[in-house]
Design a protein around this ligand. Structure first.
Ligand SMILES: Nc1ncnc2c1ncn2[C@@H]1O[C@H](COP(=O)(O)OP(=O)(O)OP(=O)(O)O)[C@@H](O)[C@H]1O
Length: 247
């Protein structure tokens, strides 16, 4: 069973006084299998964040559906199996790293010794054990993003959904963050990420979906996409140009 399955998923927003329609996702069909690192790429406004919000049950589709492990995103069992890292993880600066994790852990129903064990384990994963009592206002952007990932891992989910996970990080922090995601994948986590950094995709993903104006215009392995050109950026830009004529 796919970890994420979208069936004819469509989202139409209505904006302004005239309630003008904006089709952010259009009959999207997609399957993400267990154990994959899947990247959804596309230009600004393609619909990537809308897809993530639908998959997390934060928005409802206009038509079609998205299922996680065969279930709607809103059921508690599904929520317990998904970890989410938003594009810019942000928490009050006076909180210490450990307090942040305690707060999020309690929100997901963890208590007592189990919560402490999970906090220790995730701090180890993201290499922030030494900073557990540091207020997050002293954290660099990279450290904050790693704390965000620790938060997403607290309840030991099978699926991690990462929205532009390395946007705003410097090259060294980005490199470290990618290595961390690969290690989590090797440890069995399915990873779904949203990005417009093509370099990111080439370095990390097993499969890629290319989204443009709410439509999935191509899905394939990085190796397959690279059959058409030497670098992924050229392939993706060519595909986007080709589809710009049609859409
Ligand atoms: N709440 C909203 N109300 C109305 N329109 C919206 C809303 N959210 C997004 N949109 C529109 O839907 C389309 C898709 O937006 P979305 O944020 O999903 O794209 P994206 O691929 O994540 O873009 P970016 O890379 O810039 O974050 C855009 O045209 C956007 O303006």
């Amino acid at each position: 069973m796919p970890v994420i399955e979208a069936r004819a998923l469509t989202k139409v927003y209505r904006t302004g006084l005239l309630r003008k329609k904006r089709r952010a996702l259009d009959t999207l069909n997609l399957k993400v299998e267990a154990g994959e690192i899947f990247a959804l790429v596309g230009p600004n406004g393609a619909g990537k964040t809308t897809f993530v919000k639908l998959a997390l049950g934060l928005l409802f589709p206009t038509s079609g559906e998205v299922l996680l492990n065969g279930r709607p995103p809103t059921v508690p069992e599904t929520r317990a199996s998904v970890g989410f890292l938003p594009e810019r993880f942000s928490v009050p600066g006076y909180l210490k790293a450990e307090q942040v994790l305690r707060f999020f852990g309690e929100l997901s129903g963890l208590r007592g010794r189990r919560l402490q064990q999970r906090i220790d384990a995730v701090l180890e994963w993201v290499d922030l054990r030494a900073e557990r009592r540091t207020p997050v206002k002293a954290f660099s952007r990279g450290m904050l993003q790693r704390l965000g990932l620790a938060q997403a891992l607290l309840h030991d989910p099978d699926l991690l959904i990462l929205d532009e996970p390395t946007g705003g990080l410097d090259p060294i922090a980005r490199h470290g963050f990618r290595a961390l995601i690969r290690r989590l994948n090797e440890a069995g986590k399915t990873i779904f990420l949203n990005t417009h950094l093509i370099d990111e995709v080439a370095r990390m993903a097993h499969r890629v979906g290319i989204l443009n104006k709410g439509r999935l215009i191509q899905v394939g392995s990085v190796a397959t996409l690279l059959q058409d050109a030497d670098d992924l950026e050229t392939v993706i830009v060519r595909l986007l140009h080709r589809h710009a004529d049609i859409l």
